[in-house]
Design a protein around this ligand. Sequence first.
Ligand code: AIR
Length: 182
Amino acid sequence: MEESESPTPEVPTPKVPIPEVPIPEAPAPLAAPEVETQVEHEFDDLEVDAPRVGIVMGSKSDMAVMEKAKKELDDRSILSEVRVMSAHRDPDVVTEYARNARGRGLRVIIAGAGLAAALPGVVAAHTDLPVIGVPLTSSTSIAGGLDALLAIAQMPPGVPVGCVGVDGARNAAVLAAKILDA
Ligand code: AIR
C-alpha cells in the first residue's frame, strides 16, 4: 500500500502579547573629560612653573654665601626659590613653609644658617623632603663655623639632615641636583 502524503497539521500559534521594551535614550555626555582636562592643566602648571628646590637661610646676612646655591641651580636650569626665615626668630614661618613645601611642588630643601644653626633640623622635622644643611660662618662664629657645622650634622636618629662643608652652598646645590636626578 502506498503511503499517502498527509498534510502537516496547523499548529495554532499562541498569541503571546509582546511587551513594549522602551529604548533607552542615549546617555548625556559625561562631564568627566572636562574635569580631567582642568586637573591636567593645573598639574601642568605645577610641573612647569613650580620651583623644585627651596633655598632658605636664617638671616639676610647669609645671602652672599647662599646665593651661590641659587646660581648653581640656575646654571643647571633647575627652578628654585630663595627665602629668609629664622628658626629662632620666625619659628611659625619656618614651620608653615616646611609643612607646605611638598604640596607646593618642592622636592629638595637647602637650608643655611650660622651660629646655633637650627634651621635645617627644624625644616626636616616638619617635612619628609630631603633637607641639605649648609653651616655658615658669621661675624660671631666659634672656630670658623664649627658651631653651625655641629648643630646641623648632629641631628638625632630618625631626623636626618644632609650636611655639606662650612659655607658649602654651591655643593649643596650640586647635591640637590643629584637628588632630583636620582
Ligand atoms: N641665625 C638666625 N636665626 C637663627 C640663627 N642661627 C643665624 C643666621 C646668621 C647668624 O645667625 O643664619 O648666620 C647671624 O644672624 P644676623 O641676622 O644677626 O646677622
